[in-house]
Design a protein around this ligand. Structure first.
Ligand code: GKR
Ligand code: MG
Length: 449
């Protein structure tokens, strides 16, 4: 007998974050996510995690009547029915009072796929549990690896003591990473120290520095310092398209052998699209490019490929869906591109989603992005994820996503969300403590005012 989905719960949650700096400002003390829990008629539970914010919560809730009562074996048709419903809502503005606001980074904040991933993932988790296989075995052409490599995502960190916001501190004395991730990091030396501490705890071999904070030349000093300290590492910087094409070329043209690739150095300029400027950057510097900004759906992908703009599409399952991001990996494999993954702050469920997608992604992989190191210790599952040598393992004999939800932790994360009235991410608010009256400018590093 094929089980039926009896209950769909949509639970907005929050976790603690450090004062991480980026082009859009400073992360606040809390990050938010939406967790979806499905329970079927046999008592099996499937989970999924997608970006936070009320719009996504409401759109997920609007899918409940479609999902509840559906047969698990029909999961693809259930996702399809939700897609039709959501596309209709997008047209009419239903299930939300705001229509598609853009984030400061220019990526669409609430895509249909953000919500669909929230339906698709727990269905896949349930199905995999019934079939006694890992979710990776149900994706693409099946599981191709067990060890999935991640990178250390380094950030400049603001001084929380300059705010009266409830940032977490002194919460983890277990090692240097526990301490360093809550302290200000505003120099190349501090970034190298962060990298050392992250490597010691997690074993990473690759590093990504979030740029767009200080003047480009200053950030390139940090990149050079990282390469000097870790000569074997693959190193990248991501200013979220905050540099002009001319500036990006000026900053990066002599960095072959230092910068392995460059993520979103520049964006649209006047008559030229970001896919055009990225292609010019590639040609003029000889450096591979990665993006989570100009190649985020199939239409953008089609144009990025025709223009040869992107070497490493960062196909985050949260905006491509689980099946969709593996489809991107298959395309990368066939088209001599390198598959990677974009991230935002997240809990362990998203980490497991990315690991399972990575385990099913054929071909050459870039070490995958994750913010999880900033959240390590705040897992919602019964067991904490364990990195070894910079990798997470998705065992071939594992079951489902590999996260057994801890109801007490989930409830506490929801309480944190509700008690602090957490809404949509607003990095300008934190930044205004550091620079009074600060406003976002997509073409100027956050600290350059
Ligand atoms: O967490 O500040 C951040 C990042 O800047 C994030 O918002 C980006 O979406 O990590 C992302 C990226 O690679 O651009
Ligand atoms: Mg990026």
């Amino acid at each position: 007998m094929v089980p039926t989905i009896e209950r769909m719960e949509v639970i907005p949650v929050a976790g603690y974050d450090s004062m991480l700096l980026n082009l859009a400002g400073a992360h606040g003390p809390f990050f938010t996510r939406n967790i979806v829990v499905l329970t079927d008629g046999e008592g099996y539970v499937g989970v999924g995690e997608v970006p936070g914010g009320e719009i996504i919560t409401k759109r997920l809730e609007s899918c409940i009547p479609v999902v509840e009562g559906s047969k698990l074996g029909q999961y693809k048709n259930t996702v399809l029915a939700c897609q039709h419903l959501l596309e209709e809502q997008m047209k009419t503005g239903a299930a939300t009072s705001v229509s598609d606001p853009k984030t400061a980074h220019g990526q669409i904040f609430s895509k249909v796929t953000n919500v669909l991933t929230g339906v698709e993932t727990p269905l896949l988790d349930l199905l995999a549990k019934h079939m006694e296989v890992p979710v990776a075995a149900l994706l693409g052409d099946g599981q191709v690896r067990e060890d999935v490599r991640f990178l250390a995502y380094l950030f400049y960190v603001g001084d929380r003591k300059k705010t009266d916001l409830p940032y977490l501190h002194d919460d983890d004395a277990s090692d240097e990473w526990g301490r360093v991730r809550r302290e200000p990091a505003l120099t190349p030396e501090a970034i190298v120290h962060q990298a050392e501490a992250a490597q010691e705890r997690f074993g990473f071999h690759d590093f990504k520095l979030k740029g767009g904070v200080f003047a480009g030349a200053e950030e390139i000093k940090a990149v050079r310092a990282l390469k000097e300290r870790f000569p074997e590492a693959r190193i990248t910087i991501d200013p979220n398209a905050g540099w002009s094409l001319a500036e990006s070329v000026e900053l990066c043209r002599d960095l072959t052998g230092i910068l392995t690739y460059c993520e979103d150095p520049c964006g649209a300029e006047g008559r030229f699209s970001s896919r055009e400027t990225m292609a010019e950057f590639r040609r003029l510097t000889g450096l591979p490019t990665a993006t989570n900004m100009c190649d985020t759906d199939w239409r953008e992908m089609k144009n990025a490929i025709r223009l040869d703009s992107v070497s490493i599409p960062l196909a985050d399952p949260h905006f491509w869906t689980m099946q969709g991001c593996v489809r991107v990996a298959q395309l990368c494999d066939a088209f001599d591109l390198t598959w990677g993954v974009h991230s935002n702050n997240h809990f362990d469920i998203s980490l497991a989603m990315v690991a399972n997608a990575g385990a099913a992604a054929p071909g050459r992989l870039n070490a995958l992005d994750t913010h999880y190191i900033w959240q390590d210790g705040q897992h919602l599952g019964k067991e904490a994820p364990k990195f070894h040598d910079g990798c997470l393992t998705v065992p071939r004999d594992g079951v489902g996503l590999g996260v057994e939800i801890d109801r007490a932790k989930l409830e506490a994360a929801h309480k944190l969300y509700a008690d602090n009235n957490c809404g949509t991410r607003d990095d300008a608010a934190g930044m205004q403590y550091l620079i009074p009256g600060w406003t976002y400018d997509p073409h100027r590093p956050a600290m350059v005012r």
